[in-house]
Design a protein around this ligand. Structure first.
Ligand SMILES: C[S@@+](CC[C@H](N)C(=O)[O-])C[C@H]1O[C@@H](n2cnc3c(N)ncnc32)[C@H](O)[C@@H]1O
Length: 375
């Protein structure tokens, strides 16, 4: 597909640097407006513009060649609606597919003519399963669905995985602190394999029950295996599922494996270098329930320092990690250093004024997001 690079990079295929790209871009670029879906979660919606812009930058930087990357990115308010305006030389069809996967893209318009009239350019979203998989479960401590999708998008783009391209083999996403599976469910919706680790057996029981009911209600071909508690491999359940019988026969189904264990347990049966992306929302150091105290360690940096070496071991080279954490518990620098010590190097945005994903959740939690790549 023209305008794409595998795994990103600073120099285009002909050896031209970023300065050359910018020069050509401004002369031939088309201007666009991406309208954003607002979120009923009002806390999150306050930061929607900057969070969406940061996701937009991360995804397009990871998957488009330098001379096709959007520029002049700005957030705009249109009455009750919010949007992102930008310019790009990429083919509109490429943008329709790439931006169709963003967590809060609602509609894309190309600006045409002298008056900048808006011409619709439908976003293309291709999901293996309906998003009720992500939205049906409701529980305290659930990570915002939109944020989880944005994090998954950032991790996949940083690992050079383009969801609009062919998948062979099917990439694997790991959430080593998976709770009741919001990340795993998005990975499934994207048609990817998913592995979850969680020390709270109750959370895994809920998740497993939910998955089985979901597969039955949707009449999806599936095979489920539950494991006895305290089995030597600390396995909780495994499910193979496919959107259709034809997809199952063609080997295009997904596998979800869960482990009832610590998120940094190197002895788990997860092959070295077998994971493409790790996406996780770290414990906030804030208790949702009294009995959860032991599962919500206050020292984020200590936890991350302990688990990160196993994450590096499971990730393939060039694979990526996207973490969200409570900045009231750990600074961005400390999180970056804890990951770097294990060989997971923060991906610093190339733009001088890159947008931030940092947002206020409530009086005790301000969340930020960081992406690192396995060197
Ligand atoms: C913010 S929650 C994640 C929620 C999840 N994303 C969801 O939507 O269901 C953090 C999770 O980390 C888990 N946790 C705490 N300590 C852990 C550890 N050492 N290893 C793995 N998970 C841990 C908690 O039990 C909790 O489920």
């Amino acid at each position: 597909m023209p305008g794409r690079v595998e795994g990103g990079g600073d120099v285009d295929r002909d050896g031209h640097g970023p300065g050359y790209a910018a020069e050509i871009a401004t002369s031939t670029a088309t201007r666009y407006l991406l309208l954003l879906e607002t979120d009923l979660n009002r806390v999150f919606s306050r930061s929607l513009g900057s969070v969406a812009a940061a996701e937009f930058e991360g995804v397009t930087d990871g998957l488009l060649a330098p001379d096709h990357r959007p520029f002049d990115l700005a957030t705009s308010s249109l009455g009750r609606a919010k949007g992102l305006s930008f310019a790009s030389t990429a083919e509109p069809e490429v943008l329709q597919g790439l931006l169709g996967q963003l967590s809060c893209g609602l509609a894309l318009f190309e600006r045409t003519g002298d008056d900048g009239a808006l011409r619709p350019r439908p976003l293309i979203e291709s999901l293996a399963y309906d998003t009720d998989l992500v939205s049906v479960q409701r529980y305290r401590g659930k990570t915002n669905e939109r944020l989880t999708r944005a994090m998954l998008n950032l991790a996949l783009a940083s690992a050079g995985i383009d969801l609009t391209g062919p998948r062979d083999p099917i990439p694997t996403v790991l959430d080593p602190m998976c709770g009741r599976g919001t990340t795993l469910n998005w990975a499934l919706c994207y048609g990817l394999n998913a592995i979850g680790i969680e020390p709270d057996a109750g959370a895994l029981r809920h998740y497993d029950g939910f998955l089985r009911t979901w597969a039955k209600q949707h009449r999806l071909p599936h095979k489920h295996q539950g494991f006895r508690s305290n089995n030597a491999e600390q396995r909780h359940a495994t499910m193979d599922v496919a959107p259709t019988r034809a997809a199952q026969k063609a080997g295009e189904g997904q596998r979800i494996e869960t482990f009832n264990a610590d998120g940094g347990d190197r002895t788990l049966a997860i092959k070295r270098g077998s994971v493409d992306a790790i996406v996780t929302d770290l414990p906030y150091g804030v208790q949702h329930r009294a009995d959860q105290a032991k599962l919500d360690p206050a020292d984020t940096v200590e936890l991350l320092t302990r688990v990160a070496p196993a994450w590096r071991r499971w990730l393939r080279k060039g694979g990526s990690v996207c973490v969200a954490w409570n900045v009231k518990r750990a600074s961005r620098v400390d999180v970056a250093v804890a990951l770097a010590e294990a060989g997971l190097i923060e991906k610093v945005p190339e733009h001088d004024h890159a947008h931030s994903m940092r947002h206020v959740v409530d009086s005790t939690i301000t969340r930020d997001v960081l992406v690192a790549v396995a060197g």
